[in-house]
Design a protein around this ligand. Sequence first.
Ligand SMILES: [Zn+2]
Length: 248
Amino acid sequence: MTKKVKQAVIVVDYQNDFANPEAGSLYVNSWEKIAEAINKVILETKSKWWIVISSRELHPKGHISFASNYIWKEPITESFIRWENPGEKNFITLEEINSGKIQIAEKAQFDLKELKEYIENQETKSDAVWPDHCVEWEFGSEFYKDFDNSLVDIEIKKGFENNTHPYSAFGWRTLDETRTALEVLQDFWVKLVKIVGLATDYCDIATALDAKKYGFEVEFIKEATTWVDPEATINALNKMREKWITIK
Ligand SMILES: [Zn+2]
């Protein structure tokens, strides 16, 4: 590909654990239904100078975001572990860790020091933990079948280290780890970034805000995205509008 590409579509985390109604550990109702809209945005963009980037979570089994890597003094609910109630989540806080209310399980691949640093780096000094999801190279981490991933030019992997759980696709690297998402966009002289995929109130907004921060024009394509929590989604859309991100 030449250095003439000016538009990019970033497909955020359209993986089985999120979008597959039969097998997704973090599947939310209807998330499989935006696949067609994602393919459409990509095909429409193909008539211009373009590049398609897809991000993908690839977590090790001992990952810091998995509830199963903690010992909870009060057991977390089965429905959470199986994500039967979308929007239900558990948080870990420094207070709970320091008081021993939450401990690290044996299978975890991070230590107490890393955990404390991780929590301290969060704006809220707490972080949500999730059912196991997108375990590297297992079925849950593969792209959902209705998304035509043959259209993808470059893949970005997220959260492949034990002690990181980034929502944004920016700052994270290509499969061969040679370039970040930002470097790929700069290499292809991209000016306009279109955001599609999962989910509006988590990874989409984080990716969109980062794209804006790095100086790109940003379009958030509503029909090719979907969400977890309605209220958080309204806030996310407002925040994007405030930052001059175009909601289409
Ligand atoms: Zn994750």
